[in-house]
Write a new protein. Structure first.
Length: 277
């Protein structure tokens, strides 16, 4: 059986990236079209600072098709198959670029849109690495990744709609009105896209939503849980303490959001991603 190697994005948890299996694509951070840094080199705190303070918001650039084609050719020169596994194309265009590079490459490349943000991508990556270690074939791995996607849940509460307007999730007219009205948003990421659950001016509605989520999660077998935030971590810390109390045996992380997610959820948001067994 041909060896399988993985190409993925720098947003994943580095502990899930053994050097003998996983190669990382490091996208540039640009401001006014000029490269400022790269995803793996800029701290999340610095990126959030740029998002908050820069008159021209930072952008996440693309990898060149030729660069990715060369990577595929080098990895596959020994006959290896390549699994190119990427963050949802709602956050970055790497998956689109990967498909172009795969079509030009001499190697056998399978490109997968994970359909999820960074934490969910890490769930899929970790499972792919585990299966490769067990000498599973590519078909088995791809099927398993699709199964994990179906078992991944992503929920977000957003207090500042600036990035939602920039990304055209809401119109500027409606966004301006809702900003004046101090509207807060509850959203899920499903079907490879953000979906609105509720708009509200009442912060208690947001708190109640997270409590209801915990009740629902108790009816499920939770395998892994990740909490992210931008701006203040006050709500994220509350959710973290609650989740630790309610699910003491589940591995839980709490961290600042990745730049790709920041670009959508903005400057004051909290998110929870979890995997159901």
């Amino acid at each position: 059986m041909a060896k399988i190697k993985i190409v993925t994005d720098a947003v994943v948890n580095s502990t899930a990236c053994p050097d003998d299996i996983v190669s990382i694509i490091d996208l540039p951070i640009t401001i006014n079209g000029q490269v400022f840094s790269h995803i793996s080199k800029i701290s999340k705190t610095k990126y959030l600072q740029l998002l908050n303070q820069s008159s021209t918001p930072p952008q996440i650039g693309s990898v060149a098709v030729t660069e990715l084609e060369t990577l595929y050719n080098n990895l596959g020169s020994d006959g290896s198959q390549i699994l190119s596994l990427h963050i949802s194309d709602s956050f970055a265009d790497t998956c689109h670029t990967a498909r172009q590079a795969a079509a030009r490459s001499n190697s056998a490349v399978t490109v997968i849109n994970s359909g999820v943000p960074a934490a969910g991508l890490t769930y899929q990556l970790s499972e792919a690495v585990r299966l490769i270690r067990q000498n599973a074939d590519l078909t088995t791995i791809v099927t398993r990744l699709q199964n994990i996607l179906q078992r991944t849940r992503v929920y977000i509460s957003i207090n500042n709609n600036s990035q939602l307007m920039i990304k055209r999730k809401i119109s500027r007219f409606r966004g301006a009105w809702e900003k004046r009205a101090n509207i807060k948003y509850l959203m899920r990421f499903a079907n490879n896209n953000f979906e609105f659950i509720e708009r509200t001016t009442d912060d208690n509605v947001i708190s109640s939503f997270w409590r209801q989520q915990v009740e629902q999660m108790h009816q499920q077998d939770i395998v892994s849980l990740d909490i992210i935030y931008t701006g203040s971590d006050h709500r994220a810390q509350k959710i973290y303490r609650l989740m630790n109390q309610e699910f003491p045996l589940v591995p839980i992380t709490l961290q600042l959001a990745n730049p790709e997610m920041m670009n959508y959820i903005g400057k004051d948001a909290t998110g929870v991603t979890y995997l159901v067994g």
